[in-house]
Design a protein around this ligand. Structure first.
Ligand code: ATP
Ligand code: MG
Length: 389
């Protein structure tokens, strides 16, 4: 798929922009703090309906209009897909003084209002940023987020299970605290255990399944980018309180059964802790380079290459699940790579229908500049197309 038109109104530092994008490579050049990351974030937001940077909805609305009665950012795009063309509109309403307007997000798909969870993944994108190194070097949350953002774009059932799981987890945790202080009976846990393990089974299964595709892909990319010098291993570490050491379950109901067993085993400890100690909310993925844990032992460059390989594998996963190409977004990442790795990334990215690349340092990307189908200068929230060098 590819985006051929993008409009931003009162979004971050964009007052009003309407830009026609090209199929193939689109290059965005601009100095620092001009709106390059904001632009790619906008596309990722249209795709996942979640910001790629931790922020509240109000942060996305242009600051100058926040004091107005109805501060709203509007993002829309038109996309050509193999599943049929798409017009996607997103309105983000900031805090309002008028009680008849609710703050939050509203989405329309081809003109029809949709729940956010039904609009996720209509536009499919993969975003590479310089913060991706955190997938490898950061806490388990970063690896869970990597999986969640990827899978929920192509699996609506996963997104629903995630939402259900979060709700049940909260209720179960507060019940555990009430049992701890003898305000409730542990019998009440049976119902919540079932609910949690049911949603949990769907999540475990989808993560294991996604990693089944990701692992060989990421390995292959790492090998390519490092000239066969570095070996990458990814191993799913589902949180099942020690029941995870054996073979992997073959479907979601087996995962559910295993989680129920773990919950039973841990019941006294969970009541003592007043918290749920196993389940997908505690999962991790072990990342090893040349047989050593990458967070503790790998160099920064190795960590960066591993993260890059995982993003390239994500693009491949989305393409397979979708039967169409995701839009590839590269925010500043090419300029931090050496020439060989850059070539390695571009070689693979070229097989996708559309790529958007940002840089503050066009001199380092001369080779790309000449090949780009669309070239734009980003300056203070405006986009200007330019031809030539
Ligand atoms: P860099 O090269 O440093 O990565 P960039 O071009 O990617 O820069 P962005 O991250 O897109 O820059 O940010 C551009 C500007 O947008 C920043 O100066 C920031 O203060 C501004 N900005 C962010 N959110 C808002 C908002 N809600 N309203 C107005 N301006 C905003
Ligand atoms: Mg930036």
């Amino acid at each position: 798929m590819y985006i051929f038109d993008l409009q931003l109104t009162n979004y971050r530092n964009y007052v009003r922009t309407d830009v026609r994008l090209e199929k193939g490579l689109n290059l965005f050049i601009g100095e620092n703090a001009q709106g390059k990351s904001n632009l790619l974030e906008a596309i990722y937001l249209l795709s996942t309906l979640r910001s790629s940077r931790a922020s509240t909805d109000a942060d996305l609305v242009r600051r100058d209009i926040i004091p107005s009665d109805f501060p709203v950012a509007r993002l829309s795009c038109e996309v050509e897909r193999s599943a049929g063309n798409l017009a996607l509109e997103l309105a983000i309403v900031g805090r309002t003084t008028d009680a008849s307007h609710r703050a939050g997000k509203r989405v329309r798909v081809n003109g029809v209002p949709k729940k956010a969870s039904d609009a996720v993944g209509q536009l499919c994108a993969v975003l590479f940023t310089t913060l991706d190194i955190e997938i490898v070097a950061g806490p388990p949350l970063m690896r869970r987020r990597y999986l969640d953002m990827m899978i929920s774009q192509v699996d609506r059932g996963y997104l629903r299970a995630m939402q259900k799981y979060a709700k049940v987890l909260q209720q179960r945790n507060s019940l555990l605290k009430r049992i701890q202080s003898r305000e409730a009976s542990s019998q009440e846990l049976n119902f919540w255990d079932q609910e949690l393990a049911h949603a949990g089974g769907i999540i475990f299964w989808a993560r294991a399944d996604a990693l089944g595709h990701i692992v060989p892909q990421a390995q292959q990319q790492m090998e390519r980018l490092s000239d066969g010098l570095e070996d990458l291993q990814l191993t799913y570490r589902p949180s099942l309180g020690g029941l995870d050491a054996t073979d992997s379950p073959i479907d979601d109901s087996e995962w559910t059964a295993r989680m129920l067993k773990a919950l039973q085993n841990l019941r006294p400890r969970e009541i003592g802790a007043g918290a749920t100690l196993v389940g997908p909310h505690r999962d991790d993925v072990l990342i090893e380079i040349d047989g050593m844990a990458a967070d503790a032992f790998a160099s920064r460059a190795q960590q960066r290459t591993a993260a890059l390989s995982m993003r390239l594998a994500e693009a491949s996963y989305l393409r397979r699940a979708l039967g169409d190409d995701p839009v590839v977004l590269l925010d500043d990442v090419l300029s931090e790579l050496d020439a060989r790795r850059r070539r390695g990334v571009l070689e693979y990215i070229d097989t996708f229908q559309q790529t958007l690349v940002t840089t503050a340092d066009p001199d380092r990307l001369r080779d790309i500049m000449t090949r780009a189908a669309g070239r734009f200068v980003v300056s203070a929230g405006t986009l200007t197309r330019f031809e030539g060098e």
